[in-house]
Write a protein that binds this ligand. Structure first.
Ligand code: NAD
Length: 487
């Protein structure tokens, strides 16, 4: 794929004040196709000077055309961006598949989700309002929801389009001006998104995109005194650095971090219904999903049956290049493959039961970062495979005896992002929804189809703050109280 031709601009560019430009230092980073391991192009290696220019452009936008728009006008632009995303779904799909290694149909779902976020936040922009508050005689008191100002968005490589949609979409809806630092491993759809924003008529500077390394462009963005809110999606380690940087400038931060999300399967569950969710939630995007369900907790009465039926599905899974649109694509990088195979080595070393494995497609290029999806059964809750985020197509199955034990295991990691509960007992559904520590609990489903409308975020080391849904708009705005005394 000739990227420059496909995109209509040089991908080794930063996007600042509505213009494509070479990064300040003129440096680039190699772009790898994870399906082949080949270098397919170059992206910009933005740095502090680019971030500084981008923040300046965002501030100018707030003081200029963008800041003067009404909520309705902002909403219309976002809606138009959503329409243009839909018109460009195939290009975005192709870029994401090549960049992230995502099987084509999964990449297409992400492009459609990006459009859906823009539609949702476009429609919501003029529906966020304050309150009037009854107060002392002679006063009228009301609240206003105002933008923070410049919002910084640091995005990982695993779901660039979806995370840009929920984060930048919400911020723009509330009238903030955004500076986006996409991941160095996958930033092509972020660049295409900027182009789409331009074509949709988003005023210059309302969105700026500076690709680059985390420790350079990313750290410069989080430390910049002109940034008024930071939205970070990524690892716990970097999240904690981002929070420290935000603390130095006393700005609010939303952290969307990792997870070790369980699905709990009770003896009375509808196993036929559960099975596809149990497996898909572990292997989607090759398991490189923050809300991947990497732990399957199964009550002993159905344990053997569930393991056998999951194993049957695993044996049929095929891993191969994104363009082949198989069940599982490659991992993002050689480093990620090394991390995941390290966990599988540990499983073997500790004598864990490998219940089943998928298979590698015959035409998978040798340089691609492939790992066969692997189901590990009979894992004790304290084992590292049951506690650490693996971020690969590996699921562990853990047996339990009763509800109390299931809750203790479910809550027994450092994380609290998502959980699924499979049971037909209505009382148990309600009890567990309350007892499980997670930002989202799904009953007799997992993920609810993605749910742009559903607030999302973590507890404990999975982070804090909420994105997605209407709730996110409160996070992307600040409340002002106005008290007028009129006698
Ligand atoms: P990462 O933390 O290494 O990188 C994420 C982003 O942070 C990248 O853009 C990177 O360039 C940037 N970054 C790196 N160092 C930085 C620094 N010092 N200052 C500022 N920015 C910096 O994470 P990753 O390995 O790319 O992504 C995987 C992790 O992200 C997993 O833990 C996963 O669970 C998590 N994740 C969470 C969600 C969620 O919504 N909760 C979604 C997707 C991924």
């Amino acid at each position: 794929m000739n990227l420059r031709e496909r995109l209509g601009f040089d991908p080794a560019s930063v996007f600042i004040a509505g213009e494509w430009a070479a990064p300040a230092g003129g440096r680039t980073l190699a772009l790898e196709n994870p399906s082949t391991g080949e270098t397919v192009g170059e992206i910009a290696r933005g740095e502090a000077a680019d971030i500084d220019r981008a923040v300046g452009a965002a501030q100018a936008a707030l003081n200029g055309e963008w800041g003067a728009l009404t909520a309705l006008e902002r909403g219309r632009i976002l809606t138009r961006m959503g329409q243009l995303v839909l018109e460009n779904v195939e290009l975005l799909t192709e870029l994401e598949a090549a960049d992230v290694g995502k099987p084509l149909s999964q990449a297409r779902n992400d492009a459609i989700a990006l459009a859906r976020y823009l539609e949702f936040y476009g429609g919501a922009a003029d529906k966020v309002h304050g309150q009037t508050i009854p107060y002392l005689d002679g006063y009228t008191v009301y609240t206003l929801r105002e933008p923070h100002g410049v919002t910084g968005h640091i995005v990982p490589w695993n779901y660039p389009m979806q995370i840009i949609g929920r984060s930048v979409g919400g911020a723009l809806a509330m009238g903030n001006a955004a500076v986006l630092k996409p991941a160095e491993e996958a930033c092509l759809t972020a660049l295409a998104f900027a182009q789409i924003a331009n074509e949709a008529g988003l005023p210059k500077g309302a969105l700026n995109v500076v690709p680059g390394l985390g420790e350079e462009a990313g750290a410069a963005l989080t430390a910049h005194a002109g940034v008024n809110h930071i939205s970070f999606t990524g690892s716990v380690g970097v999240g904690s650095l981002v929070q420290a940087a935000a603390a130095a400038n006393v700005v609010p931060v939303t952290l969307e971090l990792g997870g070790k999300s369980p699905q709990l399967v009770f003896d009375d569950a509808d196993i036929d219904k559960a099975l596809p969710f149990l497996v898909n939630a572990g292997i989607q995007n090759a398991g490189q999903t923050c809300s991947a369900s990497s732990r399957i907790l199964v009550q002993r009465g159905v344990y053997d049956d569930v393991v056998a039926r999951m194993a049957e599905r695993y044996a049929g899974l095929r891993v191969g290049p994104a363009a082949g649109d198989l069940d599982v694509g490659p991992l993002i990088s050689a480093r990620q493959k090394e991390i995941v195979t390290g966990f599988l080595d540990l499983a073997r070393q500790d004598g864990l039961t490998i219940a089943a494995r998928g298979s590698l497609a015959g035409d998978a290029p040798a340089g691609g970062h492939y790992v066969e999806p692997t189901l590990v059964a009979g894992v004790s809750p304290g084992h590292r495979l049951a506690r650490d985020e693996i971020f690969g197509p590996v699921q562990v199955v853990i047996p339990f005896d009763d509800e109390d034990e299931a809750v203790a295991i479910a809550n027994g990691t450092d994380y609290g992002l998502v959980a699924g509960v499979w049971t037909c007992d209505g009382g148990r559904q309600m009890r567990l929804a309350r007892k499980i520590h997670a930002g989202q609990v799904f009953i007799n489903n997992y993920g609810a189809g993605g749910g742009v409308e559903l607030p999302f975020g973590g507890m404990a080391k999975s982070g804090h703050g909420r994105e997605k849904g209407f709730e996110a708009l409160y996070g992307f705005s600040v409340l002002k109280t106005v008290a007028a005394h009129h006698g």
